[in-house]
Structures are given as structure tokens and as C-alpha cells.
Design a protein around this ligand. Structure first.
Ligand code: NAD
Ligand code: TYD
Length: 356
């Protein structure tokens, strides 16, 4: 089993990265330091790590504001903290935004990943006791029909600017492994849900709109299928691969939990209704079918048997448990929601860290 002294987490102020930092600090088998490298885009929120800053700040946790495309800044962070692992979460992550403005996706996901890889290669100079773990998505494999699953051998077939840019980053990671011998692992995961997810993705949008009595926008016919995994289970899989995975290998991560969007929405309504005490009918009447997303992938489904069989990973949360925790979190954390939505948080960043 591999162990690490100093882990550089990119995108640690985002949804999955912030959950990953919480997860690592809860693990007794990790006693090292975490450096959180994040530029704080609209999706990055340090409030998600307030508790970590209070408990571990300046001792085992350090925040560095930097753009992963800024080579000099990334080199300086490597020189200052000498990480022996990188977990690369930082990315532009929302498909709808990639349709409205693809350029930021190419910059951050492709050029940013290239910069991280190249700086790591130069800093580590052929060391074998280090690891670059790249966090990617199942969307690189394209769209499935009614049957079948993505495996690690499925050919890449990305269809949105988001998934195309992530595919580019995956290829660069594997090229750095093959060509330069950089020790890498790579995971492709299905849709995550849980606390700290920016309210633009399906589950938080729907919870908040239900609570506020706003329309619930269902794209197209509502029958697109996604596989859903609770964020902590994604992070336990990432940690399993980092500590036990074979360098140069890719692993699929999934929830074995497929839902048509409209059916998932009904589950979510039932969970919100249990928490708020309202009638299901109050939420059902909010369902609004809207114009479909251009190029909307129909179905994603993951075969994660390699990860389960070879590395012994399994999920800890059922879908009911995960949804229930997520709904409770969004109902309780009104300040976090207000701050990310109102711009108050952007003002705080400007005051404390300046403009980008
Ligand atoms: P997110 O959008 O919530 O967070 C992204 C983080 O990266 C933010 O904190 C942002 O400030 C930071 N960032 C963006 N551009 C940057 C740059 N140029 N330099 C430094 N930091 C930058 O994303 P997420 O949902 O937490 O996803 C994290 C990773 O997991 C992404 O690589 C994504 O492709 C992958 N992934 C996400 C899902 C999902 O369901 N959300 C599923 C599978 C894989
Ligand atoms: P999303 O959370 O954006 O993740 P991804 O597109 O990366 O899978 O969307 C999940 C599914 O929900 C996808 O099929 C699009 C659909 N969707 C809606 O129907 N309405 C919405 O408001 C959003 C954000 C998504």
C-alpha cells in the first residue's frame, strides 16, 4: 500500500475536491499535509473548508490561490511544498456552460492539465515514489443506447466541449505515463451528488427550486439516464486507487445506480417532502419540461468490476442514504447557498485575495 507525506489537491475548493479534503482528514491512515491549489472560479468556495482551515490550517492544511495554467505559479507551489502526490480535480465541469463558452474548458482542462503534468515531471525527475492521480469522467466514452456499460476498454467518443476537453486531458495523462514514465493513475467516474455541489447541477438545482416553489426544469423528455454515486464513495474510490492502484492503469468508478432523470426527480421530491413535511403534489406541479440541451447524451452506465475485483473497493452509501444526507445538507446550509448565489462570496474573495 502506497502512502504519501504531502498531497497537492487541485480544485480543492470545488464540490468533489472539498469533499475529498474532508474525507482525507477523517482517515486515520493519512497523517500528512494537504495543499489545496485552486484559483477560485465561480465554482470554488473556501467556505466549504472553513472547519478544515480552523482545525488544520497552517499545520496540515495550506491553501494556495493559483491558476493551473500559470506555469510559474505551479512551479513555485511545487518548490515550496514538495508534494509527493497530486490529485488533479481542478476543471471546468459543467456541460451547459461548455456549450455557452467552450474556451475556458479547453484552457483549464487541456492546457491546465498539461501544465500540471509537465511541472510534476520536471519537479519529480524520474522518481518512482510519487503519484499523479487524474480525476476524470465517464462522459469521455460518449453516449450509450438502452443496453451495455462503459468499461476501461471502451473507445473514447466525447460529444460535448466539456467531455472533449476532459478526454484531451486523459490522453495527455496517459501520454506522460507512456512517454516519460510519470507514475500516474486515472479514474473515470459517473455523476456525483452530495454536499457542497454548486447549484447549477441537476440535484442541487432541483432541491433548491422545490424549496423555493420555482419550476423544476426537465430537459427534453426527461428520459436521459445517468448513473449516480454519492460523493464520499467517489472519494473513497479515488483514495483506493491512489494507495493500491497500479501505476499507468485507468479505473472506472460507478454507483451501479441508473436513473432516468424524471424518475430520479420523483425520488428526490419524496425525500424533500419527508424533510419539509409538505405534500408531494406541491412539488409535482412544479415539473416543467424545457428545451433539450444540444447534443444531450442519452445514457451513461459504468462497469466498475475492475475496481471492485482488483482493489476491493465498494460503496458505503445506498442511494436513499445519499439522497437523504444531501437533501438535509441543502436544507440546513442556507448561508453557504446564499453566499455562492448572491455574489457575497465573490466580494469576500476579492477583498482577501484580490482580482484574478
Ligand atoms: P467543480 O466545478 O465543483 O470544482 C472545480 C474546482 O476547480 C473549483 O474549485 C474551481 O475554482 C477550480 N478551478 C477551475 N479552473 C481552475 C484553474 N484554471 N486553476 C485552478 N483551479 C481551477 O467541479 P467538481 O464537480 O468538483 O469536479 C471535480 C473533478 O471531477 C473535475 O475534474 C470533473 O471533471 C470530475 N468529475 C466530476 C463529476 C461530477 O459529477 N461532478 C463526475 C466525474 C468526474
Ligand atoms: P448535470 O447535473 O448537468 O450533469 P451531466 O450533464 O454532466 O450529466 O445533468 C444531469 C442530467 O440532468 C442531464 O441529463 C441533464 C439533466 N438536467 C435537467 O434535466 N435539468 C437541469 O436543470 C439540469 C441542470 C440538468
Amino acid at each position: 500500500m502506497r502512502s504519501f507525506n504531502t498531497i497537492l489537491v487541485t480544485g480543492g475548493a470545488g464540490f468533489i475536491g472539498a469533499n475529498f479534503i474532508h474525507y482525507l482528514f477523517s482517515r486515520p491512515d493519512f497523517q500528512g499535509k494537504i495543499i489545496n491549489l485552486d484559483v477560485l472560479t465561480y465554482a470554488g468556495n473556501l467556505e466549504s473548508l472553513d472547519d478544515i482551515e480552523k482545525t488544520h490550517g497552517g499545520k496540515r492544511y495550506f491553501f494556495e490561490r493559483a491558476d493551473i495554467c500559470d506555469r510559474a505559479a505551479v512551479e513555485a507551489i511545487f518548490a515550496k511544498h514538495a508534494p509527493d502526490a497530486v490529485v488533479h480535480f481542478a476543471a471546468e465541469s459543467h456541460v451547459d456552460r461548455s456549450i455557452l463558452g467552450p474556451e475556458a474548458f479547453v484552457k483549464t482542462n487541456v492546457m491546465g492539465t498539461f501544465t500540471m503534468l509537465d511541472v510534476a515531471r520536471n519537479a519529480w525527475k524520474g522518481r518512482e515514489d510519487v503519484l499523479f492521480h487524474h480525476v476524470s469522467t465517464d462522459e469521455v466514452f460518449g453516449s450509450l443506447g438502452e443496453t451495455g456499460y462503459f468499461t476501461e476498454k471502451t473507445p473514447y467518443d466525447p460529444r460535448s466541449p466539456y467531455s472533449a476537453a476532459k478526454a484531451g486531458s486523459d490522453h495527455l495523462v496517459m501520454a506522460y505515463s507512456h512517454t516519460f514514465g510519470l507514475p500516474v493513475t486515472l479514474t473515470n467516474c459517473s455523476n456525483n451528488y452530495g454536499p457542497y455541489q454548486f447549484p447549477e447541477k441537476l440535484i442541487p438545482v432541483m432541491i433548491l427550486n422545490m424549496v423555493e416553489g420555482k419550476p423544476l426544469p426537465v430537459y427534453g423528455d426527461g428520459r436521459n439516464i445517468r448513473d449516480w454515486l454519492y460523493v464520499e464513495d467517489h472519494n473513497s474510490a479515488v483514495w483506493t486507487v491512489m494507495t493500491k492502484g497500479k501505476p499507468g492503469e485507468t479505473y472506472n468508478i460507478g454507483g451501479e445506480n441508473e436513473w432516468e432523470n424524471i424518475k430520479l426527480l420523483k425520488e428526490l421530491m419524496a425525500s424533500v417532502a419527508r424533510h419539509t413535511g409538505k405534500n408531494l403534489a406541491d412539488y409535482e406541479k412544479l415539473i416543467t419540461y424545457v428545451k433539450d440541451r444540444p447534443g444531450h447524451d442519452r445514457r451513461y452506465a459504468i462497469d466498475c468490476s475492475k475496481l471492485k475485483k482488483e482493489l476491493g473497493w465498494k460503496q458505503s452509501f445506498t442511494f436513499d442514504q445519499g439522497l437523504d444526507r444531501t437533501v438535509a445538507w441543502y436544507l440546513e446550509n442556507t448561508k453557504w447557498i446564499e453566499d455562492v448565489r448572491s455574489g457575497a462570496y465573490r466580494d469576500w474573495i476579492k477583498k482577501n485575495y484580490g482580482e484574478r
